[in-house]
Design a protein around this ligand. Structure first.
Ligand code: HEC
Length: 638
């Protein structure tokens, strides 16, 4: 897997400066090691006790002082809690992202450090950069884990809705070589459908069995139009950074007093040897050994109040995991930790982790804090029920004043929710595209809110890909098909079965991008109005790519579904699976409360073919009818 490009970070260090005002450019230059004495070039400073900063402390002494500052959770000295309680076990994050000396001194002293301690931290961070040969970075532009090192088309200056369409097009264009069977020609046989599936699985798993993925890209390394969060978005640097949409936790999780010694021992063990085993021990113990001492009482709606603990917990766990991911990426060992399509499925079977199964009632779910930041953030900020500024929302939710004050006062809750959902759902998806090992939520299993965000923001091709990935990985991979056995710690292996459960992507009256005038509902998801128009050429380009991906996706699905319907024995669909597929997802149904018809997936498919594939409509309709016949459905509803 080519996840880490050792050349890229150095280049990227300098390229984003163009976009920055002069003041920030100077800061960034320092972070990139080009600003003279205060620079942090990876070549400067070596390990051991060599002193790299001209201070009176050796690097080893500075490191000790910095670590004891980092862990100090005495609220009378550090009123926000310990640095470790929000950032992770040590200050590797500050070293990796290129935080400048002045930002370290500013934030450390603001959070209760003495001058001497703050200086020691800056020195220790610099020493760590040297010791680990960390490439210089600009903390204002470096987005950890962003596949390929930057979002697609990073320098666009168009309005945000146009940027989204252009990035969505760029995303689909790169699929032409990776998924040629979907992207070109017409899938008109089971053999081609299987070929399309095999190409999707290569991309999901980072393999190239079909020869179309020579760089062994996987979903965590495939460049995307989704902008990953900064590690630290700090209002100090401008209103655009006044958000929770970053990796650092917003309220500290400090150790419970009676577990503190154990917790620090786990962290020390991890720091001495940041192995996956030591990471998971620490991660697994966080829930029992730490607590959230600073969240006040909540006067918001019940649902939002109920999720604040979870949101904060998942942000804390994400910071912890984010530090580990950054460490591994730097040394080129990310795939020892996140393996294959369902990244953490090895926890099921590797005996080293059997302790994680004890007392686990939700054994079939794997750690997924990154997804949950998006999903918990959604519930926390549900825009319909709680309009207003994000800052006011935080006050209602019981967030301490320091957290409220880290927010752009003009940022709306809707804006914040949208940003959290887009970024973290995508990141979460890349760790489990089957969406079946994340949580017991039905909405998660069909990607309901992720689909909603992608469509609302006009990432139609991203939406098509995640939907096909979900169906194909769930329908093929053993690790996406396990079930806890009664009250034991044993996971039973279920037979993967192909089920065309398009869910919210393309059922429930959902239009598949555009419906022709002759069919109802006749709508388009472009959702333009006078203020929000999109150039016709761009729409046409996006629609052509989408037509290939979604249209062939439907055809692939129909062939695979018909094959599945022919299966016998253990591979055959149960009557419950068949009923769910036929009546909930594919066929039309009636809304019991108002008697309205809810148009299912078959109807959406026909509308899609009619709008985007008129020249093959006869053949495509015949394919839908063949599936209907196998399902025992006889009435066409278009
Ligand atoms: C309550 C949680 C919390 C605690 C405690 C905390 N931080 Fe942070 N820190 C953050 C968050 C969140 C950010 C991201 C910026 C923001 O939201 O203001 C951050 C950002 C930073 C930055 C980068 C600022 C920039 O310019 O990007 C530094 C440096 C930093 N913290 C140092 C420390 C040190 C040192 C301590 C302990 C003395 C500490 N922090 C304690 C949450 C915390």
């Amino acid at each position: 897997m080519k996840f880490f490009n050792p050349i890229g970070p150095f280049l990227r260090c300098f390229s984003p400066l163009k976009a920055y005002p002069a003041a920030i450019a100077v800061v960034a230059l320092v972070a990139c090691g080009g600003g003279g004495g205060g620079g942090s070039s990876p070549a400067a400073g070596t390990s051991g006790s060599a002193n790299t900063s001209g201070s009176t402390l050796s690097d080893a002494q500075a490191k000790d002082m910095a670590l004891s500052l980092w862990r100090n959770d005495d609220l009378s000295i550090h009123p926000k809690g310990s640095c470790a309680g929000c950032h992770g076990a040590d200050f590797f994050d500050l070293a990796r992202i290129g935080t400048t000396d002045s930002d370290i001194l500013r934030r450390a002293t603001a959070d209760g450090a003495s001058n001497e301690q703050a200086q020691a931290l800056a020195q220790a961070v610099k020493a760590l950069r040297g010791e680990m040969k960390l490439p210089a970075q600009n903390a204002r532009a470096f987005r950890p884990l962003q596949p390929g090192g930057s979002v697609l088309l990073p320098d666009l200056t168009d309005a945000p809705h146009v940027v989204a369409v252009k990035r969505d097009i760029a995303f689909a264009n790169q699929l032409k070589t990776l998924l040629p069977t979907l992207m070109t020609g017409r899938i008109d046989s089971l053999a081609k459908a299987k070929q399309a599936r095999a190409e999707l699985l290569d991309l999901a798993q980072g393999t190239s069995l079909q020869g179309k993925n020579p760089s062994n890209l996987n979903l965590r390394s495939l460049p995307t139009g989704m902008l990953y969060p900064l590690w630290s978005a700090d209002l100090h640097h401008g209103m655009q950074e006044g958000t929770f949409n970053d990796w650092t936790a917003d309220i500290a999780h400090d150790p419970k007093p009676e577990r503190k010694a154990e917790w620090l021992a786990l962290q020390s063990k991890y720091l001495a040897d940041p192995s996956n085993q030591n990471f998971w021990r620490m991660y697994h113990s966080a829930r029992d050994m730490t607590r959230l001492p600073l969240l006040g009482s909540c006067s918001s709606n019940g649902l939002a109040c109920g999720i604040t603990d979870d949101f904060n917990k998942h942000k804390f766990l994400s910071a912890m995991m984010g530090q580990h991911l950054m460490r591994l990426q730097h040394i080129g060992k990310l795939d020892s930790f996140a393996k294959g399509a369902v990244a953490f499925a090895y926890l099921d079977t590797d005996p080293a982790y059997s302790y994680m199964k004890a007392n686990n009632n939700a054994l079939h779910y794997l750690p997924a804090p990154l997804w949950e930041v998006g999903d918990n953030g959604r519930v926390l900020l549900d825009s319909e029920s709680k309009p207003g500024s994000f800052k006011q929302n935080l006050a209602n939710l019981g967030y301490p004043v320091f957290a409220q004050n880290s927010i752009d006062p003009n940022r709306s809750a809707t804006e914040e929710e949208n940003a959290l959902r887009l970024a973290w759902f995508w990141i979460g998806f890349t760790f489990d595209p089957s969406m079946s090992r994340i949580s017991g939520s039905n909405a998660t299993r069909v990607g309901e809110y992720m689909v909603g965000s992608l469509i609302e923001n006009r990432y139609f091709n991203h939406n098509a890909l995640i939907t096909l990935m979900r169906l194909v990985t769930k329908g093929s991979l053993p690790e996406a098909n396990v079930q806890r056995q009664n009250s034991t710690t044993t996971l039973a292996q279920l037979t993967p079965k192909y089920l065309m459960e398009y869910g919210y992507a393309w059922a429930y009256n959902r239009t598949v991008l555009t419906s022709p005038a002759s069919l109802q509902p006749q709508t388009t998801l472009w959702n333009e109005n006078r203020n929000l128009s999109i150039p016709a050429a761009l729409k046409a380009e996006s629609e052509a790519l989408f037509a290939a991906l979604a249209g062939n996706g439907f055809r692939m699905s129909i062939y695979l579904q018909m094959e599945q319907l022919d299966a016998t024995g253990a591979n055959a669909l149960t009557s419950a699976e068949l009923g769910n597929l036929r009546d909930s997802w594919l066929n039309d149904s009636i809304n019991a409360s108002n008697g309205n018809t809810i148009k299912g997936g078959l109807n959406a498919m026909y509308r899609h073919f009619a709008a985007h594939h008129p020249s093959t409509l006869t053949a495509d309709e015949a394919l839908i009818v063949a599936l209907m016949t196998k399902l025992g459905l006889s009435t066409k509803t278009w």
